[in-house]
Design a protein around this ligand. Structure first.
Ligand code: SF4
Length: 329
């Protein structure tokens, strides 16, 4: 690992000032992505700014019924928070499907949103990778691309966004609060992660020196049934080959509101708006669920080694919708 300078921020303002004082700085909280990538020489910060002392560890119910989550709330604490378990069970289910107990104890809400892809070529500095080294090419396109995306890819990059938590945020709907040199601003979670297009190194809407300070969830659906289905190579501590987060609001077996998002198959957390529209007003039965799955995957484009992901994703969607129906309160 290359040497870097280290400083500790005691306020959001000082964190931003530290960053501005030195180009190629980076913030660290749980460190579950940064330290791995620094050891692999993929990330080469000149300064690491520890933000763990910032007052961003609270979960707060707002007057309009939304839930504001500080960016430093750990994944473990978020998944077991009573308001999350009661009103946003999909978020708790998705978090608990990810990583390991140890990682969830360290990883933070903001860091989870900022995590980098697990593409093996991205993590190998000897490989061509447009995301890590713009213009160098993409060894995954004609390489071993079993784990890569079937939705949202481009000729420049087909790397999957790896987060489980972000699949739930995509389905629930959320607003991110960012703070940086120009003050505070808000952005819809749906607009935060970019498609790779021709610039896969530009992954998100965060500006230089900005950091995520809070995530505010949209008001909860009531009544609600939710399920997160994650299909993967082994039962724990593994990234998704395909996952689906489903939320259903039912009235006498009819779907009043539906939310559906996918993970493991797309270049960013993937909300399925057309499939949701198809479900609304339908009876919550297998035929509707299968049609929704077909609609959600209609644009899927397999690579040489991952056509099986489309089948897996279809099964994940149907199972998640079925389980959400069964769990409806
Ligand atoms: Fe890099 Fe994206 Fe290609 Fe992976 S898929 S090698 S991250 S450009």
């Amino acid at each position: 690992m290359r040497p870097f300078a280290f400083s500790r921020a005691d306020s959001i303002e000082s964190a931003v000032q530290h960053y501005q004082a030195e180009p190629h700085s980076t913030f660290v909280a749980g460190g579950t992505t940064l330290l791995d990538l620094a050891k692999l020489d993929v990330m080469r910060p000149s300064r690491v700014i520890d933000i763990n002392d910032l007052p961003l560890k609270e979960v707060e119910r707002l007057e309009d019924d939304r839930l504001r989550i500080g960016a430093l709330v750990t994944n473990a604490n978020l998944a077991r928070h009573p308001d999350v378990k009661q009103d946003y069970p999909l978020l708790a289910q998705a978090i608990m499907a990810g990583a390991s107990t140890q990682v969830r104890n360290m990883a933070t809400t903001g860091g989870n949103i900022m995590q980098r892809t697990r593409c093996p070529y991205f993590r190998d500095v000897a490989a061509a990778c447009n995301k890590r080294a713009p213009g160098s090419g993409c060894d995954a396109i004609d390489g071993i691309n079993r784990m890569h995306a079937v939705l949202g890819g481009s000729e420049s990059c087909v790397a999957v966004h790896p987060s489980d938590m972000c699949v739930a945020l995509a389905a629930i709907g959320a607003t991110l609060t960012l703070q940086g040199p120009d003050g505070e601003r808000e952005i819809d979670f749906a607009d935060f992660h970019y498609l790779p297009g021709t610039t896969p190194h530009r992954e998100h809407a965060l500006g230089e020196g900005e950091l995520i300070v809070a995530v505010t969830l949209d008001p909860p659906l009531r009544p609600l049934g939710t399920a997160y289905t994650k299909l993967r190579d082994r039962a724990s501590y593994e990234f998704a080959l395909a996952s689906a987060g489903a939320m259903l609001s039912l009235d006498d077996g009819m779907i009043g509101e539906a939310r559906l998002a996918l993970g493991g198959v797309a270049t960013r957390p993937w909300r399925c708006h057309e499939a949701e529209s198809l479900l609304v007003g339908r009876r919550a039965d297998e035929a509707a669920f299968k049609e929704a799955a077909d609609t959600a995957l209609a644009e899927a484009k397999p690579l040489s080694h991952n056509a099986f992901k489309i089948t897996l994703a279809r099964q994940a969607i149907v199972r998640a919708l079925r389980d959400a129906r069964e769990r409806h309160s």
